[in-house]
Design a protein around this ligand. Structure first.
Ligand code: 6PG
Length: 252
């Protein structure tokens, strides 16, 4: 099917890859991630990687932390950060940190100080500032090499939810965001932080997302309603990686 192409420019801010079925897409994403790891470690000796939470990337993390992928990474060069975190302890199954570590990162020889967890379970506003300082301390002005993001059913990404204050954050990398629609607080990277990254990757699998994907990519920009539309700039295009199920409506 000619429409199943690997890479095509969507607009000046966004590129789309539709590698094929579920497995083809997972492996396309892993190859892309490895290529960015190689480029980053060649350029500056480290790989500053920001992980997404939710369920979609779990399988990606599991495969990355298993042979034959895990041998292709020098884990001493890897720094793990999170794009957002729920206001729960690290042992809670809802924790994005917990999901990633259990998926396999806890078994990789990454130096402990290079796993930078968001402390969102308490004093979330104070800890958002602390996380911001941590990013600045470690990256020393470098941008993140890769930020992996998912797409929520409501068009949110990270914890940038529709009609929430974090969408308007200025001069901040990390904020605490009250999410009334979930009756909770979240910690999240801001648009400013995400759109400064060398590479952003929006990874969406499955038919359940096909309507939202089409709406987000085909509607005029309405960032308050579909926050994920604001990811990607002319300088740093966002790469959407969609499997054919998630891209079905878009390709109609
Ligand atoms: C979170 C994630 C969130 C996620 C989307 C998609 O904390 O839940 O960071 O932004 O990427 O909600 O979630 P699924 O992959 O589970 O559909």
């Amino acid at each position: 099917d000619s429409k199943i192409s690997s890479l095509r420019s969507w607009d000046e801010r966004r590129t789309i890859a539709i590698p094929g079925d579920h497995d083809a897409t997972v492996h396309f994403c892993l190859q892309h991630l490895l290529a960015l790891y190689q480029q980053a470690t060649k350029d500056h000796g480290s790989f500053y990687l920001v992980l997404s939470g939710g369920s979609t990337p779990k399988e990606l993390y599991e495969i990355l932390c298993r042979s034959p992928y895990k041998e292709q990474i020098d884990w001493r060069k890897v720094y793990l950060f999170w794009g957002d975190e729920r206001s729960v302890p690290p042992s809670d199954p809802k924790s994005n940190y917990h999901m990633a570590m259990e998926a396999g990162f806890k078994k990789m020889p990454i130096p402990a100080h290079q796993i930078v967890r968001m402390h969102a379970e308490e004093k979330i506003e104070e800890n958002a500032l602390a996380y911001e300082k941590k990013i600045q301390e470690i990256l020393k002005g470098q941008p993140f090499d890769l930020i992996i993001l998912g797409c929520g059913d409501d068009g949110h990404t990270a914890s940038l939810f529709p009609h929430t204050k974090a969408l308007k954050a200025k001069n901040r990398l990390v904020v605490a965001n009250q999410v009334p629609q979930l009756q909770t607080w979240r910690m999240t990277l801001t648009y400013e932080c995400i759109n400064q990254a060398r590479n952003t990757l929006i990874y969406v699998l499955g038919a359940s997302k096909k309507e939202m994907v089409a709406k987000v990519l085909q509607s005029p920009d309405q960032f308050e309603l579909y926050p994920i539309q604001a990811i990607g700039t002319k300088e740093h295009q966002a790469l959407w990686i969609l499997d054919q199920d998630a891209a079905e409506t878009l390709l109609k």
